[in-house]
Design a protein around this ligand. Structure first.
Ligand code: CA
Ligand code: CA
Length: 567
């Protein structure tokens, strides 16, 4: 059955059940309860007892760790970024592959991810594959088109969307279009042929250009000579881009991550915005509910905000990411005594600036240092808290593979893209072919493998899992309007605590975060004035420091680095 139709049918059935039981019909309950965070699970009543018993039995039959996932069919998803090369090797040739991703879909779903961003999968001469030679095929090391179709189907069966990396600023210098265009110049002394306008050729050298052998012609190549920039003004190039998008939409892709949008027209934001408007409009004409997120790697919110004028669905909020970004240098600052206030200010600032579209929040990606590096690998509680804050931010959320086990990697790009540690380095699925031949050994990993962390309740992995679960259980977090409650009448909280209300679709929740890394903090929240009934979720970055204590009068004591949801 078509995924969307199936979703609507399930939605209707569950909405009917919820209407009978008097519960909110905003979310879909598909998993089982969990003692850490699952106290607000929606009870499905109104079905006859035999069915209810059967459902109960089904739930018990599932893995005890199966997550509670409330999947809403929109773009405010928890996306998991995968570098296929280093993810899971299904056939033992040393390279990760698409079938490997398919084999780990249950893991991804159990972690609470509802979308996947696949880094480029097309034929390419480089290990990273950001220089493409054929937009309509799959690189042989990764598998086949059939493997991709299977992966998309299997992902959709688990309510996981797949977005692909769309690299259209440039092609590979080995792409047939570029090879033909250069041969024409060599043959004729000037650009000629079908592809003469596909790239930016000129006879004067300038920065960011490379010579076409010794013809006196140069081509634009902003990244390096192996990546000739496409001429995005050329109508035939735009037709190609439209065809590429249509091809992958027809195969089931749910959207695209747009690579290097600031380089479309280097130094010309207005032209970039204009092109993105064309790209977004064209994509949504092809697939109405597709999701496009642009890599506008800029250091100022005001500049990233200009890109939203294109009407594109989303952009990555680079200002909040990495060790220098506003999350780590603000509310996670070591020296500040007002981290709660800083977090409120940050969320409100982002809400004010990004008043259109949706922000795509992340800590790190394949181009940045890994989060465990800049959050400090010696402080796992801080690695967890980074994820805890991220999971409470409005917008879409992206996690780079391996962040959930605290993988490390910094400096040269290949270091940031090494093999996922499922079990040991000799275990099944481990990708032994390292990116660009970078040396990898046991010291390349800081924390335990997925396998070991899964059985440790206090692991980084289980923290991520609980954080994603809270985000899925409370759709108000990603989608809701934020009101800061510190300093308002019914709230008594210190400056190290963030207290916010999230309002969405007629429903409010209260999010309380203790950003004090060392000490517990008490807060008093007036139940009646704030309109909540009880604590429905909690997260502990320092589980050894105890759990949240409440005295029944609205006073809560939160251990250091903890999160609480009230509903
Ligand atoms: Ca393989
Ligand atoms: Ca360009």
């Amino acid at each position: 059955m078509n995924k969307r139709i199936a979703f609507r049918l399930i939605s209707i059935i569950i909405a009917m059940c919820l209407a009978i039981s008097g519960c909110s019909a905003e979310t879909i309950e598909t998993g089982k309860d969990n003692d850490m965070t699952g106290e607000n699970n929606v009870a499905v009543t109104g079905v006859d007892n035999a069915d209810a018993d059967k459902e109960k039995q089904n739930r018990q039959d599932r893995d005890d760790d199966a997550p509670t996932i409330n999947i809403i069919d929109d773009s405010y998803r928890n996306y998991y970024e995968i570098f296929v090369y280093s993810f899971y090797d299904s056939d033992g040739d040393g390279y990760g592959d698409l079938n490997g991703v398919a084999q780990k879909l249950d893991y991804i779903a159990e972690m609470g991810y509802t979308g996947i961003w696949l880094m480029p999968v097309h034929p390419s001469p480089t290990y990273h594959k950001y220089d493409i030679t054929d937009y309509y095929d799959i690189d042989k090391t990764y598998g086949s088109l059939d493997d991709m179709k299977n992966l998309i189907k299997e992902a959709h069966d688990r309510n996981i969307d797949i977005i692909l990396d769309l690299v259209v600023n440039h092609t590979s210098s080995m792409h047939p279009w570029f090879i033909d265009a250069c041969q024409q110049i060599e043959r004729n002394g000037y650009p000629e042929g079908v592809y003469k306008d596909y790239y930016n050729f000129k006879q004067e050298f300038e920065n960011g250009y490379t010579n076409v052998s010794d013809t006196g012609w140069y081509y634009e190549s902003r990244f390096w000579s192996g990546m000739p920039d496409l001429n995005l003004d050329c109508p035939a190039v735009r037709d190609e881009i439209r065809n590429i998008m249509k091809y992958w939409f027809d195969l089931g892709a749910d959207g695209f991550r747009l690579d290097a949008v600031t380089s479309y027209y280097t130094g010309n934001i207005d032209k970039n915005v204009e092109f993105l408007n064309w790209l977004g409009t064209t994509a949504h004409d092809l697939k109405e509910d597709c999701f496009l997120v642009g890599e506008a790697w800029e250091g100022a919110d005001s500049v990233i905000r200009r890109y939203y004028d294109s009407g594109l669905d989303s952009f990555f909020i680079f200002t909040a990411a990495t060790g220098e970004g506003s999350i780590v240098s603000g509310p996670m600052s070591f020296s500040a005594q007002n981290c709660g206030i800083k977090l409120n200010d940050l969320i409100l600032k982002l809400q004010n600036i990004y008043d259109v579209g949706l922000p795509s929040m992340f800590l790190g990606n394949h181009d940045t240092a890994r989060a465990a590096n800049f959050l400090r690998r010696s402080m796992p509680e801080r690695v967890k808290m980074g994820a805890g804050i991220l999971s409470m931010m409005p917008g879409a959320l992206f996690t780079y593979y391996g962040e959930e086990i605290g993988m490390i990697g910094t400096g040269e790009d290949p270091n940031k893209r090494i093999a996922m540690l499922w079990d040991g380095m000799n275990s099944e699925g481990y990708c032994t072919k390292t990116p660009d031949g970078v040396s990898v050994n046991a010291d390349s990993y800081c924390f335990e493998s997925v396998h070991k962390q899964q059985s440790d309740d206090a692991s980084i992995l289980n923290y991520y899992k609980n954080a994603m679960r809270l985000r899925n259980e409370n759709p108000e977090i990603a989608r809701g309007a934020v009101t800061a409650l510190n300093g308002t009448d019914p709230v008594v909280a210190g400056d190290q605590v963030s207290v916010t209300k999230r309002s969405w679709n007629g429903s409010d929740i209260i999010v309380v975060i203790n950003l004090n890394s060392q000490d517990e903090e008490s807060v008093v929240l007036d139940k009646k004035n704030l309109g909540f009934e009880k604590k429905t979720g909690e997260l502990y970055a320092r589980p050894e420091a105890g759990r949240i204590i409440e005295d029944g009068t609205g006073r809560f004591v939160l251990p250091p680095y903890s999160v609480m949801i009230l509903r």
